[in-house]
Design a protein around this ligand. Structure first.
Ligand code: FAQ
Length: 318
């Protein structure tokens, strides 16, 4: 008991001093659990998030666009890798984390439950989804858990490139033919509300928000980040000559913030329960890819075991 109290005091002191908690440090079980939950869900989002854009790799409008999109989708796989690695430092193996995803015990971001119907959706995802991801994730570079914070630094740099490529697609379409402008507007119409839902429920309904802010995992609440995103994005939509599909959206001159209309939170909760337009397809594809890749994992494990055995023999002979 005495030891635990001292350990807790040390942990609290590190948090109060805004220092990093490292894997070898003692930490409260709830801190560990919430980090495993958040980092794993973040990792799951990155790898499931490869699917909507992966859908357009074979139909990109030019070789240049195809190369850029391929690089982006590969980056998302890399983000998953860094994040599963960060989650594993908390003591839960990757196999277990993936099992939690595949059996529906852990979530992935609501945003990846929508279909990509046109090429403009690839632009809208880069512009809005990566834009929202950056707004949410830059503060995570200062997260109190060291391995997560460090993983986020590189992820955010790559997300910036993703956002720019998406905006550039939207810019080209919005300067194009009537049909291209209509395609860009249609993509904005379908991706706007899901993008602002990505930040999570309103603060009043956030389950983990307050505690995670006290622990320095989150630095801002869901509503504040959503507001920052809206404030940054409305002028970008103006520049594109596109209309945000919210008739109530207006600038409050006094606060300098945009005021948005009501968000359909019933729809959000329904989507994260697995009833989004593409939810079943996403999970079936993910589970199929995992099962199809079993031979790669078996071969890698067998190779590692053979090398370890050979090293053991060398050691015994020496
Ligand atoms: N979707 O109490 P809170 C990306 C859940 S990566 C699904 O407020 P918290 C890059 C939440 O888990 C996108 N579930 O939760 C990319 C909790 O349920 P639980 C992913 C959501 O943790 C771009 C419940 O609701 N980013 O886009 C969502 O304090 C393009 C109550 O919520 C991250 O994961 C949601 N949107 O705040 C890739 C960032 N929102 O777990 C490919 C890290 C909430 O108790 C292509 N995560 N829930 O069952 C975070 O910052 C936080 O976890 C929040 C939620 C802000 C997502």
């Amino acid at each position: 008991m005495g030891t635990d109290t001292t350990a807790l005091e040390h942990f609290d002191a590190l948090i109060d001093a805004d220092e990093r908690i490292e894997p070898s440090d003692w930490m409260p079980d709830r801190y560990r659990e919430t980090l495993v939950r958040q980092i794993a869900q973040h990792a799951h989002s990155e790898i499931i998030g490869m699917q909507p854009e992966g859908n357009w790799l074979t139909r990109a409008p030019s070789l240049r666009r195809k190369a850029i999109l391929t690089a982006k989708v590969q980056d998302e796989a890399g983000h998953g890798l860094y994040l599963y690695g960060a989650a594993e430092t908390l003591g839960t193996p990757r196999e277990e984390l993936l099992d939690r995803l595949h059996t529906g015990r852990q979530k992935y971001s609501s945003i990846f439950n929508y279909a990509t119907l046109t090429w403009a959706d690839v632009g809208a995802i880069g512009w809005l989804v990566d834009g929202a991801a950056i707004m949410n994730q830059v503060p995570l570079c200062r997260c109190s858990y060291g391995p997560y914070a460090r993983a986020m630094v590189r992820i955010c740099k790559e997300e910036s490139f993703h956002q720019r490529q998406g905006f550039q697609i939207m810019l080209e379409l919005s300067k194009g033919t009537d049909a291209q402008r209509a395609m860009a507007q249609d993509a904005l119409d379908r991706w706007w509300w899901p993008s602002i839902m990505m930040f999570g429920p309103p603060d009043a309904e956030s389950v983990h928000g307050d505690q995670n802010m006290r622990w320095g995992i989150k630095r801002f609440g869901n509503d504040e980040l959503r507001q920052k995103f809206i404030d940054a994005t409305v002028p970008q939509a103006d520049l594109l000559g596109l209309t945000i599909p919210d008739p109530d959206l207006h600038l409050d001159e006094k606060t300098g913030h945009y005021v948005h209309g009501p968000i359909d939170w019933d729809h959000f909760w329904d989507v994260i329960k697995g009833n989004g337009p593409a939810s079943r397809e996403r999970m079936a594809t993910r589970v199929g890819a995992h099962e199809g890749g079993a031979w790669v994992r078996e071969a890698a494990t067998a190779y590692a075991a053979k090398r370890a055995a050979a090293a053991g023999q060398d050691g015994a002979a020496a």
